[in-house]
Write a protein that binds this ligand. Sequence first.
Ligand SMILES: Nc1ncnc2c1ncn2[C@@H]1O[C@H](COP(=O)(O)OP(=O)(O)OP(=O)(O)O)[C@@H](O)[C@H]1O
Ligand SMILES: [Mg+2]
Length: 259
Amino acid sequence: MPLAHPSLTVVPAAVTVDRLTVRRGARDVLREISLTFAEGSITAVVGPSGVGKTTLMGALNGLLRPSGGTVSMAGAGCLDDAGALREARRRTATVFQDHALIDRLPAIDNVLLGLADSRHPLSPWPWPRALRERAVRALDEVGLLDRATTRTGRLSGGERQRVGIARALVRRPRLLLGDEPFASVDPALAQRLALEFRRRVAEGGFTVILVLHQLAVARTLADRIVGLHDGRVAFDGPAAAFDAAIENRIFPSPAAIGG
Ligand SMILES: Nc1ncnc2c1ncn2[C@@H]1O[C@H](COP(=O)(O)OP(=O)(O)OP(=O)(O)O)[C@@H](O)[C@H]1O
Ligand SMILES: [Mg+2]
């Protein structure tokens, strides 16, 4: 049988968003947007503040219910279904924009919370050694091994952000959702963490969707950029094609905001 030309190879979709509408308060923030995220891809979602990037992440991880349309995940199904939602959550990890960490716990315990669904919620026993070792490795991957036992509330903003990333990575998710995961870390560290995501993508079975506010980071890290504007997808294409004209269309200039 002849081999398919690489450009004709169909990469299965890890996540499919079909005519998704999400209402927040009195307003439809996202209006009938459709997107597919190919398995093994890294997508950056960009757009002005308040456009609905966090809302999209919430619909993708099932924390927000759509008011119209569907979100489906390969191997799980449509998130409208309770069983599919459970399975999708098992396969997904989220790095939240506000970190969502418990300050009074040591960093390693926050990372272990990423594995909370792998043991009984009322278990009185200490975390099994194998899971603790996994959490230690995740902290090492984000460069925080020496902070493992530090109370999370005492960490810097960038360190807290990295605890949030470790808590997501420790789950070994198939889908990683990151809501501005590099906002508080310096560019060199962002690059290092991005390489870690790339390494995992190369291993297979891993798909990444990141909200990024620095366009330069989005262009270097992502295969593809999705630009949101006014509740809709205003750009969807290779990172290299996201040029100045598109940037000006999606991000209103300061003069436009002022006037
Ligand atoms: N809990 C809520 N109740 C009502 N409206 C909300 C709620 N959360 C967000 N919104 C509104 O939904 C819109 C989209 O918010 P969202 O947080 O998704 O924006 P964003 O693109 O992530 O912005 P940012 O770049 O500032 O993080 C905003 O207009 C916001 O005011
Ligand atoms: Mg946001």
